[in-house]
Design a protein around this ligand. Sequence first.
Ligand code: IMP
Length: 201
Amino acid sequence: MPKKFKILFATSNQNKIKEARAVLEPLGYSIQQLLIQGSPPDFIEPQTEDIERISKSKVDQSLEMISGTEFSDFSILVEDSGLFINDLGGFPGVYSSYVQKTIGNHGITKILEGNNNRQAEYRAYSILYQDGKYFNSLGICSGEISTEIRGSHGFGFDPIFIPDSGDGRTFGEMSQLEKDSKSHRGKSLRILYDELRGPSE
Ligand code: IMP
């Protein structure tokens, strides 16, 4: 396999790696986690709420880290994602990971208690660096926040997120395959794949 089809995914989130493998490996890519001396890299996060700037900065930091190593011709993938709740002005957005770790799904359902406007969306912004070029994509999955926690599949907010394109079940109640076919991450990675292939005749 040419090195450019080998993707180093710069993330510490094993769930993201599992989902990226499920989408991209059948398309001919291999995905491995970017590890520096055995650990996921510590990125300096720019102080901005611009998800695109955060991801681009992580790609550039990754490129510096692998320059001159056996991985220097590999492609780099970075993905930043989050849950944006309409009635909360997009909260938790870029703070999703922190909010999930602190107040979690119970906290979010509590904040929305009695609120009928439960519209939300997941967003995944991916950047893939390959052969000196940056490819980027935004995948959005619209849905709503359930009133109770349901299901044990997926991760993070999945047990409280009901995608509009489903049948009323939360992502937590769906199989991995079902989630990937509808999710922000699945969409974002498939858009990337189409961009990499270029226009078809
Ligand atoms: P980050 O992109 O690593 O900053 O973190 C994204 C955070 O958003 C995760 O830690 C989750 O809390 C949340 N998130 C993003 N995508 C998903 C998903 O597919 N399911 C559940 N939670 C998600």
